[in-house]
Ligand binder design. Structure first.
Ligand code: URA
Length: 193
């Protein structure tokens, strides 16, 4: 029997709702465990993701995987997706119309997975999900919005431009793992409303 997530994958793969469907090689639905407590949300697929049809499998994905392992997670433990499911040409930022037309897919993923925490990767996801401008003030912190917890960190691709951020991402994901552990044990955590 096809599951809800399989149905959603099929819908995403054949989507033609916006102009990005014309230039993509493959649409990139989310991937990973649907029985997870954490969902990671990035910006949009890059070149390798567009070719393989999988999120975070290119250079940024390798950096993310390394930080996940450091924090004690594996890619199989979590679910990873993007605000926009098709690669914008030349890796430009997705525009508002593209983000809006992909939003229903993200909402369906959230409804199926119902994560305890959403890990927001970088400024585009932060802007789209939480209406924020720059992550600097909120990085490494938990934000609560409409009863959903969000943890904000840098986009792994930022490390390609500044190697010092590699440890920042690792430390943030370790903080996230500690927060999740506390939540599971019923220990209070610091929340920024
Ligand atoms: N960057 C993203 O935001 N998402 C990917 O899937 C790959 C790179």
């Amino acid at each position: 029997m096809p599951s809800e997530i399989d149905d959603l994958r099929k819908t995403v793969i054949s989507c033609t709702s916006c102009e990005l469907s014309k230039s993509r090689t493959n649409a990139v639905p989310g991937s990973g465990s649907i029985n997870t407590e954490i969902m990671f949300i990035g910006e949009a697929p890059g070149r390798t993701e567009d070719i393989q049809g999988m999120p975070f499998v290119g250079t940024a994905g390798k950096i993310l995987s390394e930080a996940l392992v450091y924090a004690g997670f594996t890619r199989e433990d979590i679910y990873i997706t993007n605000i926009v499911k098709c690669r914008p040409p030349d890796n430009r930022r997705p525009n508002k119309q593209e983000m809006d037309s992909c939003n229903s897919y993200l909402q369906k993923e959230l409804k199926i997975i119902r994560p305890k925490i959403i890990c927001v990767l970088g400024n585009t996801a932060f802007g789209s999900l939480l209406n924020g401008n720059a992550i600097t003030k909120n990085r490494g912190k938990i934000i609560k919005r409409n009863e959903q917890l969000y943890f904000v960190t840098i986009h792994p691709a930022a490390i390609l431009y500044n190697q010092d951020l590699r440890q920042v991402l690792k430390d943030d994901l370790k903080t996230l793992a500690d927060i999740l552990d506390k939540i599971k044990k019923g220990i209070p955590i610091e929340i920024n409303e």
